[in-house]
Ligand binder design. Structure first.
Ligand code: TRP
Length: 327
């Protein structure tokens, strides 16, 4: 796998089964990147514990399920390295060493940190692990010296901090870490069933592993254009919660047909939902077929192999870092 391709790394917290928002927001990007990059993708299970430390009972299952979703969606362990953060202890060591050179003020002023502390009321996020979340993330990234990191927009403050830590390390100990760029997926809008952002915590998601019968019931209750009550009312696709999915799943000609049928009051929301379900079914069928063939044993074997490959890279980085820091 060591080759001339540019290197990339990214991780996801194992919070449960993945939904369409995850797929079109990040995972689709992973699947494309594995073809052109030397790619490392990992399950950020330590990061999950920074906020879910009080109830870790689901973490283990969530890891297996998330990797099943990844492979079902097209990540190929022959083409990229799929591993588990906590299985590569070098991440913890690098995080510790980077914490030596990271001012606490950088962490406290991180907008994501402040926002989450305010917004999440059902968990106590006053723990040191949560404050140090971005240091661990910087270690995850810098470890592999990537040129870019596929992430969602919400991760930009963490990426900035990662670059600041890299600069500080290079300044103190000599040029070691290239400054990685965020690789944002071209904005894919994925509203949830209720029109808010699709999110597990809002309970408004369509999951990649949902049975079609469940999806049909979910879509039946989905908001479209709230002002359009009857088919004979003209609708507005630009404020409809369903239309963004036609932009992702339907052909250009169909998008035009739907747009003009909606604004011209000839194509109703019920038919529009049927069309969506047809395309969603076609999209999900191969994923779900592949998912059904994946046993937990197979997933664990994929991770075991990926862990070894990640560790080989990580231990070389750590040897260099230890020496530079006088150890
Ligand atoms: N913070 C990321 C998220 O919540 C997960 C993550 C942890 C990550 N370490 C990373 C993403 C390193 C990219 C690179 O989505």
């Amino acid at each position: 796998m060591s080759n001339q391709r540019p290197r990339t790394v990214s991780g996801m917290r194992p919070t449960g089964p993945l939904h369409l928002g995850h797929y079109f927001g990040v995972l689709k990007n992973y699947v494309e990147l594995q073809r052109t990059e030397e790619a490392y993708f990992f399950v950020a299970d330590w990061h999950a514990l920074t906020s879910d430390y009080a109830d870790p009972s689901r973490v283990r299952d969530n890891i297996d399920e998330m990797v099943k979703d990844w492979v079902a969606a097209g990540l190929d362990p022959e083409q990229c390295v799929i591993f588990r953060q906590s299985a590569v202890k070098e991440h913890a060591e690098l995080s510790l060493l980077l914490s030596m050179i990271t001012p606490v003020s950088w962490l406290e002023r991180n907008p994501t940190y402040k926002e989450q502390q305010q917004q999440i009321s059902n968990k106590d996020l006053g723990n040191a692990g949560f404050l140090c979340y971005p240091v661990l993330m910087a270690a995850d990234i810098l470890m592999y010296k990537p040129h870019g990191v596929p992430v969602g927009e919400d991760q930009l403050p963490h990426m900035e901090l990662t670059r600041e830590i890299a600069r500080r390390f290079n300044y103190l100990y000599g040029e070691t870490f290239p400054e990685p760029q965020a690789m944002l997926t071209p904005a894919a809008k994925c509203p949830g069933l209720d029109g808010r952002k699709m999110s597990k915590s809002y309970n408004n998601g369509i999951f990649l592993s949902d049975a079609m019968s469940d999806i049909e019931a979910k879509v039946r209750g989905m908001f479209t254009d709230k002002n359009r009550l009857r088919k004979s009312d003209p609708g507005n696709p630009d404020i409809c919660n369903l239309f963004p999915y036609h932009l992702l799943l339907s052909s250009k000609e169909e998008q035009e047909e739907i747009r003009s049928g909606c604004t011209g009051a000839t194509f109703g929301c019920v038919d529009c939902k049927k069309r969506f379900l047809k395309h969603l079914g076609e999209f999900l069928a191969p994923l779900q077929e592949r998912r059904a063939t994946l046993s937990t044993e197979r997933v664990r074997a994929i991770l075991a192999d990926g862990n070894d490959r990640a560790r080989a890279f990580a231990s070389a980085t750590l040897e260099d870092v230890r020496a530079k820091m006088g150890l």
